[in-house]
Design a protein around this ligand. Structure first.
Ligand SMILES: *Cc1c(COP(=O)(O)O)cnc(C)c1O
Length: 232
């Protein structure tokens, strides 16, 4: 049986150690541990929430929706998987933060949906720093232009950047991608665009969150490290 409590303790220790090594972070409290619960049931989710985790990460709107109805708990829901424009309306109702905005047309759809709900939706731009053909995301080169366009949209608030690094056995090889995303993030902070509040750098999953934090991540998305392997 997976010991969720113990796993969370281990992850939190690793986070604290990585923060201590990182020149970009002051305190482990600055890092949000997102419990990635895709393909895990609400019982496991309840355990993680009981251990004090307050942010749930889900990949798909439909799966999140079904759990949302059961888990009437005071947690924050984040969308981390690819979103289709026709699900923007549901997404803005469910999620406090959408990490996976990977095109201007999707941003426009979310802006319209948020407008209809009368809210301002917090979003991150997903950047495909590694130019991985199998992954969604903006090219690094188009990120700044897209950020400017997004900030002009009335019902969106740009909060920062997200990336998914390629999977490798040796996670040192992904450090340059994390570094690159942090540089883009710092550039965005400097630009200080009206309509933005740049404070979220979402990078790192179970196998590479330590490297991501060393490079400045303040949001890590951990599934397997907390809940064990997913059964598909
Ligand atoms: C599934 C997923 C994660 C978590 O992956 P693990 O390797 O299980 O930690 C993080 N981010 C995204 C975007 C995911 O799809």
């Amino acid at each position: 049986m997976t010991d969720i409590r113990q796993n969370i303790q281990i992850v939190q220790e690793h986070i604290a150690e990585a923060v201590a090594r990182s020149p970009y972070l002051d305190s482990a409290d600055d890092v949000t541990l997102i419990a990635v619960t895709k393909n895990h049931g609400v019982e496991a989710m309840r355990q993680a929430i009981d251990e004090g985790l307050v942010v749930i990460g889900e990949n798909r709107v439909q799966e999140a929706e079904s759990k949302y109805d059961v888990l009437s708990r005071d947690v924050s829901w984040h969308l981390i998987g690819h979103l289709q424009s026709n699900k923007a309306k549901k997404a803005v109702r469910l999620f406090d933060l959408i990490h996976s905005v990977d095109s201007l047309s999707l941003a426009e759809a979310i802006n319209v949906a948020a407008g209809k709900e009368g809210i301002v939706q917090d979003i991150l731009l997903q950047v495909n720093v590694a130019k991985d053909e199998n992954k969604f995301g903006l090219d690094a080169e188009e990120t700044m232009d897209t950020a400017q366009a997004v900030c002009k949209m009335e019902h969106l608030r740009l909060r920062g950047l997200m990336t998914i690094a390629p999977f490798t056995e040796d996670c040192e090889t992904v450090r340059p991608f994390f570094r690159k995303l942090r540089e883009l993030y710092e550039q965005l902070q400097k630009d200080d665009l009206a309509g933005s509040q740049i404070d979220c750098l979402s990078m790192g999953m179970t196998h590479d969150y330590v490297v991501a934090i060393e490079e400045g991540a303040n949001m890590v998305r951990v599934g397997t490290g907390i809940f064990g392997a997913r059964e598909y």
